[in-house]
Design a protein around this ligand. Structure first.
Ligand SMILES: Cc1cc2nc3c(=O)[nH]c(=O)nc-3n(C[C@H](O)[C@H](O)[C@H](O)COP(=O)(O)OP(=O)(O)OC[C@H]3O[C@@H](n4cnc5c(N)ncnc54)[C@H](O)[C@@H]3O)c2cc1C
Length: 389
């Protein structure tokens, strides 16, 4: 667990509430998640028994409205939760994080009373799961360029189009789908819809085989004359782009938090290994080149953590530059994690390449964090615009 950092104390001072929440997350992850990782990675599925367990521990409702079962806390608490879950496994972490914190905020912010009762409450109780489907085969970074269409028909809309790389698609009870209701209005023509599992006209591909995140379910989802009633519109017609961009902010914090968790886990493993493994008559840690590598990794992770926590805290305090700091954190933390897992694997030598060591899994799982939720390049675009470039 990240309770065994190589350097302490943390550069970002958590207050008592956040520190105790961190402890709750750590205890839960150590007891409930870590022992299930290998099996989940092999089976390619999230362990179903974790849904009610997470709900009971208050880990599905962070930052959500209390009247629907939210459990308090804000964006900093979510960063901490994401970090702790990913310390066990990125693939295991991403399933509840998508459901509660990447799809869930759309329901909480834009859902009407009935939609929140129907979907948000059971989501926070761990009784149903959600997915968010924006990306398409022809449009990922360029969200405004999506091609799925929702055509008005009697009593609702007919969806046509294909969504790509949709996390949780195979297990979601409800999928939030972005489609154009007005094809000539550019990003102002996008609306989001709630599509229930098993809806006629919706087909799921088999799970996509991925480099990492093996415990998570990712699929292509196709819509062919899929009818959604008028009350399936989530939020305002034509405001989907705005809604997606707003929800991206929390998603990016969560992904940056995940980078910290799996980076720290890989580093902790590498430090322990370096203290044990002997070469040329001494332990690896006594070779200066090895211990300097680990020390540098620790410093880089700590600066990424301070930046990520700061970005999260800025959302909680309503800071005007929260979005800028978030773009920085989403850029920096996954890049740092990618370097750290690589260094950690190197310290393990051949053992790092073998599935027995969790480092191999963290190495694979780090890579997607530079792509999902807005790539490095998308964050750099946001930041360069802020710089007036
Ligand atoms: C495992 C996994 C899970 C995912 N889960 C979901 C999900 O649940 N829901 C969902 O909607 N999506 C999901 N995605 C999709 C993910 O968000 C997209 O892959 C990501 O946004 C990038 O889009 P793309 O793959 O189409 O790449 P592209 O947009 O085609 O980009 C390709 C490359 O070009 C770069 N690039 C693009 N435009 C520019 C530019 N203007 N300047 C410089 N560089 C540029 C990109 O940064 C990237 O490096 C998931 C993806 C994966 C792999």
């Amino acid at each position: 667990m990240s309770s065994a950092p190589t350097l302490s104390p943390s550069a970002f001072e958590l207050d008592d509430d956040h520190r105790s929440f961190q402890e709750v997350c750590r205890t839960f992850v150590a007891r409930e998640c870590a022992p299930r990782v290998r099996e989940a990675e092999k089976a390619g599925t999230f362990p179903a028994e974790l849904w009610p367990a997470m709900a009971a521990a208050g880990l599905l409702g962070v930052g959500h409205p209390e009247e629907y079962g939210g459990t308090g806390g804000g964006v900093l608490a979510l960063a901490i939760l994401s970090e702790e879950l990913a310390h066990a496994s990125g693939g295991l972490a991403i399933t509840p994080l998508v459901s509660s914190y990447m799809a869930g905020p759309h329901l909480a912010r834009y859902g009407n009373e009935e939609q929140k009762e129907r979907w948000l409450r059971p989501l926070l109780e761990g009784k149903c799961a959600a997915a968010i489907a924006v990306t398409e085969p022809g449009a990922g970074s360029d969200v405004a360029g999506l091609a799925a269409r929702a055509t008005a028909v009697g009593g609702g809309y007919q969806l046509r189009g294909t969504k790509m790389f949709i996390t949780n698609a195979g297990l979601a009870d409800v999928i939030i789908v972005a489609a154009k209701t007005d094809s000539d209005a550019g990003h102002r023509g996008i609306t989001t819809f709630l599509v229930e599992r098993g809806a006629e006209g919706m087909t799921l591909s088999p799970p996509l085989e991925k480099l990492g995140w093996h415990a998570s379910d990712t699929r292509e989802v196709a819509f062919e004359e899929c009818f959604v009633a008028e009350d399936g519109i989530l939020g305002e017609r034509g405001r989907g782009f705005h809604q997606i961009m707003e929800a991206f902010q929390v998603e990016r914090i969560s992904l940056a938090g995940m980078a910290l968790g799996l980076g720290q886990a890989a580093l902790d493993e590498a430090v322990a290994h370096a203290k044990e493994r002997r070469t040329f008559g001494t332990t690896l840690s006594k070779h200066q080149t090895i211990r300097h590598r680990l020390a540098a990794a620790s410093a880089e992770l700590e600066s990424a953590r301070a930046l990520t926590y700061q970005a999260a805290a800025r959302w909680d305090s309503g800071h005007p530059e929260a979005a800028t700091t978030t773009a920085m954190a989403k850029l920096v933390a996954p890049r740092v994690a990618s370097r750290v897992v690589d260094e950690a694997l190197q310290v393990f030598g051949g053992y790092g390449f073998i599935e027995e060591t969790p480092v191999a899994m963290h190495y694979r799982d780090a890579r997607i964090l530079r792509i999902g939720g807005g790539t490095d390049e998308v964050q750099l675009e946001i930041l360069s615009k802020r710089m007036g470039l």
